[in-house]
Write a protein that binds this ligand. Structure first.
Ligand code: FAD
Length: 456
């Protein structure tokens, strides 16, 4: 039986039974995204019943395009796996904590150098298969607009429906917060002019990226067109509401004619494999799936009108006849003012029943970070329902530092992704590479000690 027919039966069951019939053994999860799916898998593994509510496809968000659970809305990259990077450390920590979505991601890997990139369709399909392999899992395709007093995890993400965002503002007695975020376009592989493109990794590391070189003249014409092209939302995000990590390419370009040439279009470490030529600027395309029949434009998140995207991006020589399978878009990104409201386990501190908020909505930023918060929320709510206390994770792990940030950040609160800056500094190792390794080793040691005394 397919996932859709199962969910249809389940949604009928839901309307008959309602959610009031839920016991302490049953946990409601609102939102079947990255955090919600990881949370559900953890709770199912621990023996709980899970009732998940996902509003798609009945109500879509501005960025999701399918009804799939755990849909990746933009890039298909889960970032670096190298142990000397913050996202690599985070992944090693999550492996130690038994993360389910990371395991699935590795089964759906597409070549992407040292990064973990996935075939997004396959990834969602496998997540759904994993969830439906448990008898104790039920899925209802409906929007949830109110928070009732049953044990639950709200993981409705940055594109939380308006009604739920209002409800959260009411429950937290705080205004909701938001910033703007953008998505990059995807082009079909057979529409790229391969005479003007070549496969290679930066510094001869593999050949996972399709590189589109530009000479000075071509770059300057492209640059001028880019900064003068028409955008879809005008000036709305000018009051510091733009997230730096997802800056639209045209906004970045407006900062100076070389800014993107030192950013996503940097030619450094790339030479044409046949001519040995170094280009003035290089656009990189990354595979969207294993078949390699579609590519996303790396770093090309954009807010340009669709027609303008076609006009301007087709000025990149290898893209003169590009067929756009998806245009870039820009979205509002909602999160709650978590410090003082959520605990280190993502629990609403003042709630009289087990109410948890996970995912990007809680103030973490990024795919893997959202998965992480779903995992931690699952462990914490499981502890609460079993009458055990949940100890915060060590601050010198990325998981512990991020959960600590969400619960207790001081000053202006903005969603935070994994980065070495959140960790207590290591000052006695001078060599940069060794220092990064030391952050990793310290985190691994702390986490294994934590797990030895706090079996989760
Ligand atoms: C446009 C955009 C692009 C992004 N690009 C990237 C990127 O490239 N890389 C990266 O690392 N991070 C990116 N992020 C940030 C973030 O990592 C992702 O949004 C991630 O999917 C967040 O996971 P989540 O589980 O919190 O939310 P989601 O994965 O969005 O899941 C939330 C789910 O809840 C559902 N839902 C919403 N409201 C309701 C309701 N009331 N009732 C029932 N269901 C509901 C939604 O349909 C959705 O399925 C992006 C965010 C946005 C908005």
């Amino acid at each position: 039986m397919g996932a859709d027919s199962v969910s249809k039966i389940n949604s009928e069951k839901f309307s008959r039974e309602g959610v009031e019939s839920m016991s302490n053994e049953c946990i409601k999860i609102v939102g079947g995204g990255l955090a919600g799916s990881e949370c559900a898998l953890q709770l199912l593994k621990a023996g709980f019943f899970v009732k998940m509510f996902e509003m798609r496809p009945n109500r879509m968000t501005g960025a999701h395009t399918t009804s799939n659970l755990a849909e990746l809305v933009c890039s298909n990259s889960l970032k670096s796996e190298e142990s000397t990077t913050a996202s690599g450390i985070l992944k090693d920590e999550l492996d130690m904590l038994g993360c389910e979505l990371l395991k699935i991601a590795r089964e759906c890997r597409v070549p992407s150098g040292s990064a973990l990139a996935v075939d997004r369709e396959k990834f969602s399909k496998k997540v759904e298969e994993a969830l439906f392999s448990y008898d104790k899992f039920e899925l209802s395709r409906q929007e949830v607009t109110t928070i009732d007093d049953v044990p639950q995890v709200i993981a409705t993400g940055p594109l939380t429906s308006d009604a739920m965002a209002e409800e959260l503002a009411r429950v937290t007695s705080k205004d909701r917060l938001f910033f703007f975020d953008a998505v990059a376009p995807i082009v079909s592989a057979d529409s790229v002019d391969m005479q003007k493109a070549y496969f290679a990794g930066r510094y001869q590391k593999g050949d996972d990226y399709l590189n589109l070189p530009m000479n000075k003249e071509e770059y300057e014409a492209f640059y001028e067109a880019l900064i003068s092209a028409k955008t879809a939302i005008l000036h709305d995000f000018e009051n510091k509401e733009l997230f730096e990590g997802c800056m639209p390419i045209e906004e970045m370009a407006r900062r100076g004619s070389d800014t993107i040439r030192f950013g996503p279009l940097r030619p450094i470490g790339l030479r044409h494999p046949v001519t040995g030529e170094k280009a003035y600027a290089v656009v990189q395309l990354r595979r969207e799936n294993l078949a390699g029949d579609c590519f996303n434009l790396v770093g090309f998140q954009t807010n340009l009108l669709y027609g303008e995207q076609k006009r301007v991006f087709c000025m990149i020589p290898a893209l003169h006849d590009a067929q756009f399978l998806r245009y870039g878009v820009m979205h509002r990104n909602t999160y709650i003012a978590a410090p003082g409201t959520l605990s280190c386990g993502f629990r609403m501190i003042k709630s009289r029943f087990p109410l948890y908020i996970a995912g990007q909505l809680s103030g973490v930023e990024g795919y893997v970070e959202s998965v992480m918060s779903g995992l931690v929320a699952a462990k914490a709510i499981a502890c609460e329902l079993k009458g055990k206390s949940f100890s915060p994770l060590p601050q010198d792990t990325i998981v512990g530092a991020l959960t600590g940030y969400v619960a207790g950040a001081v000053g202006e609160f903005k969603p935070m992704n994994a980065n070495l800056g959140v960790l207590p500094p290591i000052t006695n190792v001078r060599d940069k590479k060794l220092r990064k390794q030391a952050y990793h080793d310290r985190a691994m040691k702390s986490l294994s000690e934590y797990l030895a005394s706090n079996p989760l």
